[in-house]
Design a protein around this ligand. Structure first.
Ligand code: SAM
Length: 253
């Protein structure tokens, strides 16, 4: 008899089959305050990280781009804006930017922010995307991968849906590079973030999970290794804010 596979849920280990429901509960609870909380928790810096990731992607007219675990579409809107600017300069077909998130509440909160003709909204699981092989020019997952139950499976799925040569980007909290930054960041995140969650969203537990899930996520080098195992060529990363966040990048070989 084999033991049930386990997955991390914050600092707890739970049955892997239980994790999607638990994570969905977290994002159901935070959906309506999600954008405001991001601004408060990061003092607005998440916007700069997202801008840097979108510029790195360099979205082009006519491209198919997946914003996986896209939530309220923060990244998708940046891609649409950049592709629109490029289209104004040089012409070209409309891009198709697909937000894919398995939480209908997050998708609903994103739709409420207003339509964009380049963006479609889809309830879909990162581990089983409703797309044929080789459908996309680019795949981005921003602050989403640490919430997924089976990270290697999500990476393999990203690889599957990308065209050969397609770009992969993962923006995610990571490991600060110096001890001083690590302890300052630990103190801030374990004390301030759950308290802020309680104050603003009336939900300490969900924010406690978010902080713990960051600590359980593979560090920069470990994620590079997982990307290589999933078949990405030239995997690498760029640290933002001293490694508080890292942007991992690679190509579908
Ligand atoms: C922290 S939010 C990030 C949202 C957005 N990408 C951003 O950068 O603001 C994480 C998102 O991952 C989604 N998520 C978690 N597990 C998922 C899965 N297996 N498949 C698709 N989305 C998932 C959650 O529903 C949530 O919307």
């Amino acid at each position: 008899m084999t033991a049930d596979p386990k997955a991390s849920f914050g600092f707890k280990d739970v049955a892997a089959a239980e994790k999607p429901g638990l994570v969905r509960g977290v994002f159901n609870s935070v959906a309506s305050r999600y954008d405001l909380m991001n601004d408060l928790m990061s003092a607005g810096v998440h916007r700069i990280w997202k801008d840097m990731a979108a510029n790195r992607l360099n979205p082009q007219p006519g491209e198919v781009i997946i914003d996986c675990a896209g939530g309220t579409g923060d990244m998708a809107r940046r891609f649409a804006r950049l592709a629109r600017q490029a289209q104004k300069r040089r012409g070209g077909a409309d891009p198709a930017i697909h937000v894919m998130d398995y939480n209908a509440e997050m998708i609903a909160a994103g739709i409420k922010r207003g339509p964009d003709p380049f963006i479609t909204w889809n309830v879909a699981d990162a581990q089983n995307l409703p797309l044929p092989d080789g459908a996309a020019d680019a795949y981005v997952i921003s602050f989403g991968l640490r919430n997924v139950t089976d990270i290697p499976k999500a990476l393999a799925e990203a690889r599957r849906v990308l065209k050969p040569g397609g770009r992969f980007l993962c923006l995610e909290f990571s490991r600060p590079v110096t001890e001083a930054l690590r302890s300052a960041y630990d103190a801030y995140s374990f004390k301030a973030i759950p308290a802020l969650g309680e104050l603003v969203a009336g939900d300490r537990e969900s924010y406690q999970y978010l902080v713990e899930s960051i600590r359980r996520f593979p560090d920069q080098a470990a994620l590079v290794k997982l990307m290589r195992q999933a078949g990405f060529a030239n995997p690498g990363f760029t640290n933002f804010t001293g490694g508080v966040v890292a942007l991992h990048h690679g190509w579908a070989a």
